[in-house]
Design a protein around this ligand. Structure first.
Ligand SMILES: [Zn+2]
Length: 186
């Protein structure tokens, strides 16, 4: 009898709360995917390149989604001179600058995906291997590969899953990934 009354009381209470518009929140998922809103208002003609790079990262990784112009976790800039570089303020947040002069020598899509890779927690890895995105300009101007390797992509997925190392999450600036190519004097 007591038990039945309790059940009735609980049912009544739930109905009353629902009537009042009170909802009981479900526990948050263990690891929610991060949405990285990128802003191309300063990217000029490179906005479409940024969109392609975002698609590449979204297809290659889990636990994060790059989404266009829903906010400004990541701002993309088109600049001329000074070199392309990335400023990471924290994992998934910062600014990327793409130099038109370097884009005339190297694949602009490779530059874009590489620099965004820094925002996503990857360091440079100048080993000359074109199969790696983070080898940057060390792979030469003929390397146009804009895709992260399986290892690079899984590292990013793991970083966003919370398998962090302090270094990869920290604020940092990444410069000089694309050495200038001197035109031979004829
Ligand atoms: Zn770099």
């Amino acid at each position: 009898m007591t038990s039945r009354l309790n059940r009735l009381a609980v049912a009544f209470l739930a109905t009353a709360l629902a009537t009042l518009g009170v909802t009981v929140a479900n526990p948050a998922p263990a690891s929610a995917a991060m949405t990285i809103c990128y802003n191309t208002s300063q990217a000029g003609s490179y906005a479409s390149v940024a969109n392609q790079a975002a698609s590449i990262w979204n297809n290659a990784t889990v636990n994060l989604t790059l989404s266009a112009n829903c906010g400004s976790n990541l701002r993309i800039y088109r600049i001329t001179g000074g070199g392309s570089y990335a400023v990471r303020t924290s994992l998934g947040n910062g600014r990327v600058y793409i130099d038109t002069q370097q884009a005339a020598q190297y694949s602009v899509l490779r530059i874009m995906t590489h620099e965004i890779g820094h925002i996503l927690g990857l360091p440079d890895n100048y080993n000359g291997n074109c199969a790696l995105l983070m080898s940057g300009g060390s792979a030469g101007t003929s390397c146009t590969n804009p895709y992260p390797s399986t290892a690079e992509a899984s590292r990013v997925s793991n970083l966003f899953a919370g398998t962090f190392s302090a270094t990869d999450r920290s604020a940092d600036v990444f410069r000089d990934s694309w050495p200038s190519v001197l035109t031979p004097v004829s």
